[in-house]
Design a protein around this ligand. Structure first.
Ligand SMILES: [Cu+2]
Length: 275
């Protein structure tokens, strides 16, 4: 009997000692509750516990969050400032390049003036009518035996090739006569039909034609007439590229192939900045 009491006493004492340990307390309580048939206490989800801690229980976390916000704000302000400086410098550089380009084109002084001529339908056209369009301009005459037809064939092929690329703007081909004596409106209307459908023929009085050619520094000199009254006009053989601003951009002589001219115009179009 005494032995049994000692064993029970030891068990109770050992139990009390164990129950004082915190991790055992929890387990003990749970097991005790389960033993009496009650459900275990519900546990908060992990996320709720974290939120609870961050909202009121952990001021260090709150300070860290504030620091992060401050850093983000400083980074944004600093980045925005850098972007503003870059934009300002970039705009200044573009404006400087723009001014330099205008000065260079004005120094070239080719094709700066206006012209006023009749087209192959009899309508008066001036250079202003073509502002906003890329223009390929050629000076020649309809009685030219080979050079002018060859050059206009090449010019037409260039325009056709550029037409194939839908990303490029259309080019307006123009043909200005250097032989107003024979190249009237009707002669031009017959002549332009052999080339690109958009080709416009232009003529006028000798003074008007001379004025148009002078702006492009075109040389034209009629030779002596033969017994049939026929003659050849010695003239400059160049194809001029005029920008949508109406300024001379480039020229192509007879040595330039159709492919070279097409590529050059394509590059001009891609690097073009409106004045
Ligand atoms: Cu010719």
């Amino acid at each position: 009997m005494l032995g049994l009491r000692c064993i029970v006493g030891d068990l109770c004492g050992g139990g009390r000692l164990l129950r004082r340990l915190p991790h055992v307390q929890q387990k003990w309580r749970c097991e005790s509750v389960q033993l009496y048939g009650l459900p275990p206490a519900p546990r908060l989800p992990r996320q709720t516990q974290v939120c609870f801690l961050s909202q009121g229980q952990n001021p260090t976390g709150s300070r860290a969050k504030m620091k992060l916000r401050t850093r983000l704000l400083v980074t944004l302000l600093f980045g925005g400032g850098l972007l503003a400086v870059w934009w300002f410098v970039h705009r200044e550089k573009q404006q400087k390049l723009h001014r330099q380009r205008i000065e260079q084109l004005q120094k070239v002084a080719v094709g700066q003036g206006d012209f006023s001529l009749l087209d192959h339908t009899g309508r008066r056209r001036t250079k202003r009518d073509f502002l906003g369009s890329w223009v390929l301009l050629y000076f020649g005459f309809t009685h030219c035996p080979d050079i002018c037809p060859d050059e206009l064939d090449k010019l037409s092929a260039v325009v056709l090739a550029l037409d194939q690329d839908a990303s490029l703007p259309p080019v307006q081909p123009l043909f200005i006569t250097v032989d107003p004596e024979r190249d009237n409106v009707a002669a031009l209307a017959r002549y332009v039909k052999d080339f690109h459908p958009r080709l416009i023929g232009l003529t006028g009085t000798p003074e008007e034609v001379k004025h148009a050619g002078r702006d492009y520094r075109v040389y034209a000199n009629p030779g002596p007439k033969d017994e049939d009254g026929d003659y050849i006009v010695d003239h400059t053989i160049l194809i001029y590229l005029v920008s949508p601003d109406g300024l001379f951009l480039d020229y192509y002589n007879r040595m330039k192939t159709q492919e070279q001219i097409t590529e050059s115009i394509r590059n001009h179009m891609k690097t073009y900045v409106r004045l």
